[in-house]
Write a protein that binds this ligand. Structure first.
Ligand code: FAD
Length: 450
């Protein structure tokens, strides 16, 4: 809940205000676009990023991300996903008119869930989807129906992953293309960009007479850039550049790609986006991305990369550490799970692997609100690995926060002090000094190894 203190001190910006957004990823660009569309307010919107957009190691820069409304008991996220899908479809239409390929692929979502009966989380998803009037989107599937429709999941069913439902609305987005799409929209709408070292945030510029008052940002070149409001959209880097009071931490999550033969691609030709008993195992995957790549990922507690001095976890990416792959144990986990879920991947080499970084919040909800230490600073963080699907709508919701509106979303996401569950900050350290977690070699990504 938003504290009274915040409500008293944070003020919506006046018309004509200059608003600096730090971070040109999913949150930053979506917000910039939404602010720039408000002609009545005529904000001057500036986006700063440390690199050219799409940024090589941003979480939003990827071949694919899941677009789903299946959100367990989180009704607000379900509603936001449904609204977002409507705009994903509009963007596809726009792109069709521009002779560009679609950014959203409605393959449907195949959600597996344990043995015989759906898990609680999946039951909640269905209850909310049906309550919203969309029963006709859902088909519940028993073991026989799964195998008859998707014969390559016969082993999964035999191994007890034998209950599922199919939601015909949902699928995946080409996230790198989607970022380019909204970046172009921002430029057309008059957003200004400062990219590279001049755009690389190094600190807040504070009013000398009032330590609570943020008056701009400083960047790597040593320059100061003044603004009426600053909005931090720095993704998994946020906790390393602003004091987030330990409410978010950067966690590394593992992604792999396969590039199967034509024969296997044919076998998998009706594969939708799938969640393999996600609530318990965390694995999920995608159909062919159009270039013959099948991506599989695991949503988990992930890894930390503590910075020397203060132990704050900072993203360690293939931009900062060229040649990085994924930890040995992660490869073992993928291989072991896939052996019982989709064994036709057994003989496939992993053609690419990556550790991608979440800004993980304690309760998995976004943290989008006024920062309690300052008057003119909004943080939009804590994406917790699930915000990309909201790209078309996120900025509208973040603008409500910037404009100090009271909505279900601004209340749910406001700065809060959540007590972490036991062990929240204890996760394996990526490439630790004792080498207990080390990255696999490219040879170890081959099917015959590990
Ligand atoms: C493995 C993985 C799988 C995911 N799968 C899904 C999925 O299937 N579906 C889904 O909806 N979501 C998914 N997500 C989550 C989604 O990618 C994120 O929620 C989303 O990208 C968050 O957007 P963001 O703008 O906060 O961060 P980002 O997209 O990472 O953007 C942050 C930006 O801040 C910039 N920045 C950082 N520091 C500075 C600085 N000092 N100065 C200037 N700029 C800076 C960066 O360069 C970057 O451009 C996944 C994430 C990961 C890691």
């Amino acid at each position: 809940m938003q504290s009274n203190h915040q409500k008293e001190t944070y003020q919506a910006p006046n018309a004509g205000s200059k608003i600096i957004i730090v971070g040109g990823g999913c949150f930053g660009l979506s917000t910039a676009y939404s602010l720039a569309l408000n002609k009545e307010k005529n904000y001057k919107v500036w986006v700063y990023d440390r690199e050219q957009i799409p940024v090589r190691d941003a979480a939003s820069n990827d071949i694919s991300k899941v677009v789903r409304m299946d959100y367990g008991d989180e009704r607000l996220c379900m509603e936001l996903a449904i609204d977002s899908i409507e705009i994903w479809n509009q963007w596809n239409q726009e792109r069709h008119e521009q002779r560009l390929p679609p950014v959203y692929h409605n393959t449907g979502m195949l959600v597996f869930s344990g043995e015989g009966e759906l898990c609680e989380n999946e039951k909640h998803s269905l209850r909310h989807i049906r309550a919203a009037g969309h029963d006709d989107w859902i088909e519940e599937l028993n073991a026989e129906e799964i195998v008859s429709r998707y014969p390559y999941f016969e082993t999964a069913v035999k191994n007890g992953i034998s209950c599922a439902y199919y939601n015909k609305i949902g699928g995946w987005c080409n996230s790198a293309e989607a970022i380019k799409h909204i970046y172009n929209k921002c430029k057309d709408a008059g957003v200004q960009f400062v990219l590279g070292d001049e755009g690389c945030f190094t600190g807040l510029e504070i009013d000398k007479n009032n330590i609570r008052s943020v008056i701009g940002i400083r960047t790597k070149t040593g320059n100061t850039h003044l603004a009426d409001r600053v909005v931090m959209c720095t993704g998994s880097w946020t906790s390393s550049v602003v004091n987030m009071h330990k409410q978010v931490i950067a966690t590394g999550q593992v992604v792999i790609h396969f590039k199967p033969s034509e024969e296997i691609k044919q076998i998998l030709n009706n594969l939708p986006v799938w969640f393999g008993d996600f609530s318990r195992a965390g694995f999920y995957g995608f159909p062919d991305n159009g270039d013959g790549i099948f991506k599989i990922a695991k949503h988990s507690t992930g890894y930390l990369n503590p910075r020397r001095g203060d132990n704050v976890s900072v993203p360690r990416t293939q931009s900062t550490n060229e040649g990085d792959t994924i930890p040995v144990q992660a490869v073992r986990d993928f291989r072991e799970y896939l052996r019982k879920f989709l064994p036709l991947t057994d003989d496939l080499d992993i053609t690419y692997s990556r550790v991608c970084w979440y800004s993980d919040s304690i309760d998995g909800q976004f943290i989008i609100g006024a920062h309690p230490d300052y008057d003119n600073l909004i943080v939009a963080a804590g994406d917790s690995g699930h915000a990309m699907k909201f790209l078309p709508m996120m900025g509208t919701r973040i603008t409500e926060v910037i404009e100090n509106k009271d909505t279900e979303y601004t209340r749910a996401w406001a700065w809060r002090k959540v007590v972490p569950r036991h062990g929240f900050y204890d996760r394996p350290i990526l490439v630790d000094d004792n080498h207990t977690v080390r990255m696999v070699t490219s040879a170890e990504l081959r099917s015959s190894k590990i």
